[in-house]
Design a protein around this ligand. Structure first.
Ligand SMILES: *Cc1c(COP(=O)(O)O)cnc(C)c1O
Length: 205
């Protein structure tokens, strides 16, 4: 018997998920942007999915954007927030244990003229709100700290970290790809401005 133990890398699509998707391949396949009946049918399905995702994290449906994967979500959030706020400042804060989807994007932003502070973590992989507070400067525009680490499972104190960013008027993004489905998340209560998640890490394709 084989036992799959790499669920942090990707997960199996479960039967209910597969069943829910099946009609949209060969039966209901209109372009959701089309105005005819075929399109309206798929549009309804997309909007229902948007509502489900929103409900799972305490967001409004209009705040949900579908991307191709978690890497694309991280990329888009960081690059979008950085360039949209570049006139206010060019300083970004993160930790040195982020996923490469974050670290490689920040390396590219450094080449484009942004400055990044990489906060160190303790032996348990934790970063503290005090560390974040001390690193925020006049020109800090964005903080990105992962919710759960993909290698050692550390859960960062996201609510307290986001509260610091909010108090100092800085956007707060979290890569929650490893947290969704494992811990309750409420972006409103936790003051999270932007959050990335990825279906294939919790039994979607
Ligand atoms: C898997 C993972 C990603 C990337 O998600 P993909 O959907 O595979 O692109 C980003 N961040 C973390 C923490 C991950 O575990």
């Amino acid at each position: 018997m084989k036992v799959y133990m790499d669920n942090g890398a990707t997960t199996r699509v479960t039967e209910p998920v597969f069943a829910a998707m099946q009609p949209y391949f060969c039966e209901i396949y209109g372009n959701p942007s089309s105005v005819h009946g075929y399109g309206r049918q798929t549009r309804r399905a997309v909007e229902a999915a948007r509502e489900q995702v929103a409900r799972a994290i305490g967001a409004q449906p209009r705040e949900i954007y579908f991307t191709g994967c978690g890497t694309e979500a991280d990329n888009w959030a960081l690059r979008g927030a950085a360039w949209a706020n570049a006139k206010k400042g060019r300083h970004i804060i993160t930790t040195n244990i982020e996923h490469h989807a974050i670290l490689h994007t920040l390396k590219q932003l450094e080449k484009e003229g942004f400055e990044v502070t990489y906060l160190p973590v303790d032996s348990d992989g934790l970063v503290t709100p005090e560390q974040l507070e001390a690193a925020i400067r006049q020109d800090t525009i964005l903080v990105t700290i992962m919710y759960a680490n993909n290698e050692i499972g550390t859960l960062e104190p996201i609510e307290a970290l986001a509260a610091v960013a909010k108090r100092r008027g800085v956007l707060f993004h979290t890569d929650a790809v490893q947290a969704i489905g494992h811990v309750p998340i409420d972006v409103k209560a936790q003051q999270i401005d932007m959050l990335s998640l990825s279906g294939h890490k919790f039994h979607a394709p």
